[in-house]
Design a protein around this ligand. Structure first.
Ligand code: GN1
Ligand code: MG
Length: 347
């Protein structure tokens, strides 16, 4: 996008300072995100929300603002802050059929895509513990389901089978090994879903995209804040715990193609869990606790399944940088499961 367009959109919001420059942040798979530098101390993050993926963007933004305000009322910890448009209490604008929202950039922060040591894993665990703790008294049913059945394993299997039926022969051939793997694991991967459907696991406010690149840290590696509230909805803690460890324990980035680089870091699992439980042990039920290790395998699996489904659908959902990107992402996740399986008993 041209800089003057970005500047125009930015200027519809009630920000401080004047626009100096913008830079696209490329790590997300769905939205378009831009860092905005101003001539004052406050910088911003401008985001175009993908309305093909998120069918009701105003409701999504309402969720984010509700949760952010709730978190703010609970403690003085750093939180994501959204900015209204000028002369209005609305948090988004529509420009050329696209929805935009603006957040304050959290200064002096950094992110990791691969975790370097167990201190970072521990701190990330505390971030999730605090998030779930601080939202525990928020009625999860007030949140709009921005993507219904987002982490519903039965639904994801159904989507996979549909994609399988319609896939091109060439793509099926390339995915063959992983398709067999999916069918072998099916029963085990439905355990948590079935327990949820039987109402055996409490429904809570959950973040639903807890990968480590959605955790901010200080320069000294103290946990600062969880970002990306797009998918905050009602759910079960296993979504968040498992999805976080999916990236925390992977020694390689999510789309690393050299599968030898992928190991499952057992110590990071324990460090994360310790940090998590330090902040969140009171309300956890025995069954929730028992399912924590399985949640990791389950969430790695669901991401692999979704990447492979999108590959079979000719890449309709996730942004891809090259032809087989989704296949590589899926192979990465399924390899991580294989590494995890050899040490599952230690979790
Ligand atoms: C997507 O766009 P991003 O990076 O925030 C996806 C998550 C996946 C993630 C994998 C709405 O998140 O579910 O875990 O990619 N978000 C959506 O990195 O599908
Ligand atoms: Mg996200």
């Amino acid at each position: 996008m041209k800089e003057d367009q970005i500047q125009y959109i930015f200027n519809q919001f009630q920000h401080k300072g004047e626009f100096l420059s913008h830079q696209e942040l490329l790590s997300g798979h769905i939205n378009d995100t831009f860092f905005i530098e101003t001539n004052q101390d406050s910088n911003y993050v401008l985001q175009r929300i993908n309305h093909l993926v998120f069918k009701n963007v105003p409701k999504l933004i309402q969720n984010k603002v509700l949760i952010s305000k709730h978190l703010q009322s609970k403690s003085d910890r750093t939180i994501l802050e959204f900015v209204c448009i000028k002369n209005s209490d609305q948090y988004y604008i529509i420009q050329d059929n696209n929805f935009w929202n603006l957040m304050r950039f959290i200064e002096n922060s950094k992110v990791y895509t691969v975790v370097p040591n167990d201190t970072v894993a521990f701190e990330a665990g505390k971030l999730l513990g605090n998030f779930l703790n601080d939202t525990a008294d928020f009625d999860a049913h007030l949140l709009y389901d921005v993507i219904p059945d987002f982490h519903n394993m039965k639904f994801r299997f159904w989507q996979f089978e549909e994609a399988f039926k319609n896939a091109k022969r060439e793509r099926l051939e390339l995915a063959k090994k992983w398709i067999e793997n999916i069918r072998t694991l099916e029963k085990e991967m439905l355990i948590i879903q079935n327990l949820k459907d039987e109402n055996k696991i409490p429904i809570r406010v959950t973040h639903n995209d807890t990968k480590v690149s959605n955790c901010l840290f200080t320069a000294n590696d103290k946990g600062l804040c969880m970002i990306d509230l797009d998918t905050v909805m009602k759910g079960i803690i296993h979504y968040d715990f498992g999805d976080a460890l999916r990236s925390i324990c992977n020694t390689a980035k999510e789309d690393e193609t050299d599968l030898n680089e992928i190991q499952f870091q057992n110590e990071f699992y324990h460090a994360y869990k310790t940090g998590f439980l330090e902040k969140y042990s009171e309300s956890i039920t025995p069954l929730e606790m028992e399912l924590l290790p399985l949640s990791v395998k389950t969430m790695i699996f669901i991401m692999g399944l979704r990447f492979l489904t999108d590959f079979l659908n000719n890449d309709l959902y996730y942004k891809t940088e090259y032809e087989h990107h989704n296949l590589d992402r899926a192979a990465n996740q399924f390899t991580l499961i294989q590494r995890l399986e050899t040490q599952f008993h230690q979790l």
